[in-house]
Design a protein around this ligand. Sequence first.
Ligand code: HEC
Length: 142
Amino acid sequence: MHHRFIIAAILLVTALSTSYGHSNDADKLAAFMRLKLQHSERILEGIVLEDYKLIEKNAQDLSLLSHDEMWQVFQTPEYLQHSLEFRRAADELVGAARKRNLDGATLAYMGVTLKCVSCHKHVRDVRMAGLEELPAIRLGRR
Ligand code: HEC
């Protein structure tokens, strides 16, 4: 019994250290970027269930993410502009949720989604032009 516990503990520690060992900067960046998707899903949930608090909180989180150091993967004026427009759209969504305006929130959510897509298009174009190279994660289309 005691023995088994020790073996289990060793296995656990090994598993943990292996997974930590593999988590490099690219994994961290990917995990950070994926948060946007999680917040978007929560926002959609808030919209369909008319839960304004849920919408507000997750839209705020999206806006905050765009201030994070990890967000700033490119330092170009275009990327900054996309970031700014994205934040503005997220803030608009926060405003609509505070006003408990469901149609407004739905439209603002679409606005936010359009900004996701246009920034990602931009990032892919930059990649295709071979102007910038990021570690491992890719937005499809190589
Ligand atoms: C201002 C630019 C910008 C905006 C706006 C933006 N993203 Fe991203 N996103 C990025 C960049 C840069 C990456 C990393 C791309 C890469 O390395 O190929 C990324 C990566 C991702 C990834 C992939 C993470 C992985 O697993 O590799 C997801 C998912 C994602 N974004 C979702 C979203 C969603 C959802 C939104 C809108 C709510 C959004 N993004 C808005 C720039 C943006």
